[in-house]
Ligand binder design. Structure first.
Ligand code: DCP
Ligand code: CA
Ligand code: CA
Length: 672
């Protein structure tokens, strides 16, 4: 890399003299190497696969690139390739409507598990087999992993920080990598600062124009011009852009997938960037272009503002526009939204986001579930489904490294629905010997038998099996993740001494209040569902049915999920330093507050079983829409599972099996 890089053009000596120093300091430069999230030279990229499931099917089936194709789940579509989008086909179409719009469309149904069969398969009659089948997303998980591997291969091993932010997307903090490239290309940066003073300004880059190649370059803010000499932030982002272009080319060459990229100074901006031009393009948002770029957006399209928080902010200030909110002072925002949230919103409107790119494996739990229409009524049927759940979960455990003892769950939970009652039984998974499929199945059967012994179990309208309390060896990250890890461990510890199957009966309390003030729980409240550990409930939760709102009361099918996938791995903490435990806010009086809905619980166990309920409910809602959501940001519907006493929300009134109409911005922004 010692030859002069093609992308840079030399500056005239006169121009160089006109501005002698960079606006950045030696300290700023060295902050890049340590991934400092406030570094003004930081470079973050977001890479998102184009129409991912559709491409996965195109590659698997070897269809031509211009062949319209959609991925079908029952009668709905969950992914649509770009040639099919040209016919006006989208996720909101049914398969029948789509075929009318484009008779040559290939509508490929997702693979399914089938009652009585212990492997998933692509089945020609799957669309009509909702009663006997459940969706398998394994093919896409597999492709997702291959893509991630290619990305990692193309980054220097010691300079990579990769966060899998959903099934088809990653964030890359390229700062340290770019830093290394800068020092190599511009030896004048490698020396010590003058007088050893790290606050000294850097020399200006010895170049006047940068070659952005085919990148979609977002226009600069009004007060800046393309003829202004570039500073190091521009050069850094250009290097980042070269790296992303190479990665995209490698994914294309090796695996035949196209993807979009966004390169900017943080996660917020890079994610908006990748969605800016699709398919198969990358967008660069230079620091001098941020204000211009953001001003055209509705803030409800921003990462973390697509859901409840965004709704709250837009209601409070009666606008969804970034432009309007820029006019609101920090004081006003704090007054109306609470201090943390106010400051976070203030910064976000200005494109400031110091959240970390977090490479930690995010999987905290796995769930496999099915709602039965018609209900099932025999032990044999239930047992066949348990087999499927165990096979489904075990396959994912193997991917997680359970065979190598890298990570393993500590608890297993069975949720069961009969009429208006949801029950659950949990047990601790014995540690100390290797976990195999038969052990899991045995535990699941025991839980099932316990429920059956109580009587009054048939017909059963929903069964779901989950494992949770994953041990994770990685430590040292002091962000919210480490906090949550401690939370998981604490919960596991709380369970361990009992080491028996729980047999308490406690109804999860329901929140008395429907809506709490926005500042009651701080900003974390809005993000809680991402961190809510599912299915660690230790007691038998009998949920009273209120208006058909409890688990399994609607919709034909619940599938499978992995909390990490569902939650996205991008932990939406505006300020890692002030992160607080999101799940369980223990108050001084020994009352445990559910951060999701504000319900008050008397004991950690009661809180836990209440949170189970939230989790199962949330999955149910998402899966009913035919949209198993990966890495979704908090969305209004998903974030508002309302235990008891509340009228069904908009999601509840949807026709079963029909995907919910795409939310504003969802297609491009919500996932991950
Ligand atoms: N997905 C789903 N249901 C949804 C949204 C997404 O099952 N409501 C699945 C299918 C998608 C994959 O997740 O292929 C990735 O979601 P994206 O939002 O990234 O959408 P696509 O990759 O399909 O399209 P785009 O090219 O717009 O990114
Ligand atoms: Ca995508
Ligand atoms: Ca995505």
């Amino acid at each position: 890399m010692s030859s002069p890089p093609q992308s840079f053009q030399g500056s005239s000596p006169a121009a160089a003299l006109a501005r002698r120093r960079s606006q950045f300091t030696y300290r700023n430069l060295s902050q890049m190497a340590s991934y400092n999230t406030s570094c003004p030279l930081r470079v973050v990229a977001h890479v998102d696969l184009d129409c991912f499931y559709a491409q996965a099917e195109m590659v698997r089936l070897g269809v031509a690139e211009d062949q319209p194709l959609a991925v079908q789940q029952w009668q709905g579509l969950i992914a649509v390739n770009y040639p099919a989008r040209a016919f006006g086909i989208g996720r909101m179409c049914t398969a029948t409507e789509a075929k009318k719009l484009c008779p040559s469309l290939i509508a490929q149904h997702v693979a399914t598990w089938r009652e009585g069969d212990d492997t998933w398969a692509y089945r020609p009659d799957a669309a009509d087999s909702i009663a006997t089948d459940k969706v398998s997303l394994d093919p896409y998980r597999l492709e997702s992993r291959r893509i991630l591997a290619v990305i990692k291969e193309h980054l220097p091993a010691h300079l990579q920080k990769v966060e899998k932010a959903g099934i088809d997307e990653v964030f890359l903090d390229l700062s340290a990598h770019v830093h290394a490239v800068l020092l190599e290309r511009f030896p004048e940066l490698a020396g010590p600062p003058p007088d050893g003073d790290p606050s000294a300004q850097l020399p200006i880059p010895p170049i006047s124009a940068l070659d952005w190649q085919a990148d979609a370059l977002v226009d600069l803010d009004d007060e800046h011009g393309e003829f202004d000499d570039p500073d190091w932030d521009d050069v850094a982002i250009l290097v980042g852009s070269e790296i992303v272009r190479n990665i995209r080319a490698a994914i294309r060459d090796k695996l035949r997938y196209t993807c979009a990229g966004g390169i900017a100074r943080n996660k917020l901006l890079s994610k908006l960037g990748s969605a800016h031009k699709k398919p198969n393009q990358q967008t660069v948002i230079r620091n001098r272009a941020v204000r211009h770029f953001l001003s055209g957006f509705k803030f409800t399209k921003f990462r973390n503002l697509g859901g409840k928080l965004g709704e709250q902010v837009s209601q409070t200030f009666n606008t969804e526009s970034v432009q309007d909110l820029l006019a609101v002072s920090a004081e006003q925002l704090k007054l109306k939204l609470g201090d943390d949230t106010g400051v976070w919103v203030y910064n976000t409107m200005r494109g400031i986001d110091t959240s970390e790119v977090n490479p930690r494996t995010q999987i905290k739990s796995m769930l496999s579930a099915k709602s039965f229409r018609p209900s099932i009524s025999t032990v044999e049927q239930a047992t066949r489904w348990l087999r499927i759940f165990v096979a489904d979960i075990f396959a994912r455990l193997v991917e997680e490294g359970v065979l190598e003892n890298k990570r393993r769950p500590k608890t297993i939970n069975l949720h069961y629905r009969h009429g208006s009652q949801t029950r659950s039984r949990q047990s601790v998974i014995p540690q100390g010997r290797s976990l195999d499929e038969e052990t899991l199945y045995g535990l699941a059967r025991t839980l099932m038998n316990q429920i059956i012994q109580e009587g009054q179990v048939w017909p059963c309208s929903n069964l779901s099996l989950s494992v949770g309390g994953f041990e994770d060896a990685i430590s040292g990250n002091m962000g919210i993740d480490s906090f949550l890890l401690k939370g998981d461990e604490a919960q596991a510890r709380a369970l361990a001494p009992r080491a028996r199957l729980e047999d308490e009966v406690s109804g999860p309390s329901h929140p008395a209040e429907k809506r709490r003030r926005v500042d009651d729980g701080g900003i974390q409240r809005f993000f809680t569902k991402r961190e809510t550990p599912p299915s660690l409930g230790s007691s038998d939760a009998v949920a009273k049915d209120n208006g058909g709102e409890t688990l399994g009361s609607r919709g034909p099918d619940a599938e499978s999920g992995t909390t990490a996938d569902l939650n996205g791995s991008s932990v939406p903490v505006p300020d890692e330093g002030s992160a607080t435990q999101a799940n369980d806010q223990e108050t001084g009086a020994g009352v445990h507050l559910c951060a999701q809905c504000g319900a008050r619980m008397e004991s950690p166990d009661a809180l836990q079983s209440h949170q189970d309920w939230h989790f199962a409910k949330e999955l149910q809602e998402r899966e009913e829409r035919g949209t198993l959501v990966f890495g979704n940001q908090p969305s209004a519907s998903a974030a508002s599972p309302q235990p008891g006493g509340r009228k069904p929300g908009p999601a509840a009134s949807k026709r079963p099996g029909r995907p919910k109409k795409t939310e504003r911005g969802q297609q491009k922004l919500s996932f991950g």
